[in-house]
Design a protein around this ligand. Sequence first.
Ligand code: TRP
Length: 382
Amino acid sequence: MPEPDEFVVTPYEVRGRIDYVRLRELFGTQELTAELLAKLHHLTGGDLHPLLTRGIYYSHRDLAPILDGFANGKPFFLYSGRGPSGPLHTSHLVPFDLCQWLQRRLGVPMYIQITDDEKYWARSGLTREETASWGLENLYDILALGFDPKRTHVFFDSRSIAALYPLAIRVARKIPYSTVKAVFGFEPSTNIGLVFYTALQSVPCFWPSWAEGHAVPCLIPCGIDQDPHFRVTRDIAEGLGYPKPSLVHSQMVTGLLGDAAMSTSGDRPDNALFLNDPPETVERKVRNAFTGGRATVEEQRRLGATPEVCAIWALWRTRFAESEDKFQEVTAGCRSGALLCGECKGQLLERVHKFYRYHNEARERVKSWAESTIVTAAPKPV
Ligand code: TRP
């Protein structure tokens, strides 16, 4: 492959060192500019979410119209999802953190899709029972971030199919096989479940409009790897009489072993911090993580280190720096050589352990109402 394309980002594969600006160009998405962030700031009040100010969300499609619409009294809803192939790790929370924050600030509804079907079709090693049971476990973790039980609705694909299918029928008819083949790189051996699946991922974008009988705009916070699905959705939206969904895209979070994404496929469990890792495992993974540090302490003191390539810095950046001051302190200390990797990891671990304790409690509490969020019926006779 030629130089600039030496990375691959699709919903089914992330590989290589990603040039995010180039990726935005390749996908044809827009830059999340300071001006747009200011617009969002104006709407949400208070401080912007650190995932926005620290550049993790960096790209979008049609964010301005949805924000302007909201400012003029036209509500929108949020939509994101999770393919349950195992336990969640911390970087899986990135879309849901932003959704939860937006829901709290703006009072908007949230739709979560749990795609136990997709992961069964895409991951040959998992049984149906496994993807379904991970789906529920993952849902507890997502809801535990603080979603509002009254405004949060879940499409759990295998259980919500009666609610989704009437729209899926219409969506699927609009998508030619040549499109999914080109967009996802499917092979003749790809099972037909996956070929159909993208229709199901599109359905939640239109579902509230269908249910309410008028256009309700949709905003999707997601990893940029999911954009190809929604290019398909956006292409067919108007033909179905629904608004095109807007998107805001995040970068992938560097894996603990220094990979471009915190993915554990290919049997690399130490590349990520799973939310069900016990404290000793968390400790070991962080202590062994790839950093941007130098070979010796002396060199690091003299030359400083490189936060941008460091897996530990990526964790501070995405979740664990509790304030902008702390984040700047860690970043500057790393660069100057004042903060050594061992010390930095120790400080991070305190925060990680604290988050896990808090999260596990919140997770127990949501179990009493999680089931009630699952949508099982179509909104009207079809
Ligand atoms: N395909 C996604 C995954 O593999 C799951 C998903 C479903 C999703 N709907 C979504 C992700 C909407 C982002 C936005 O994890």
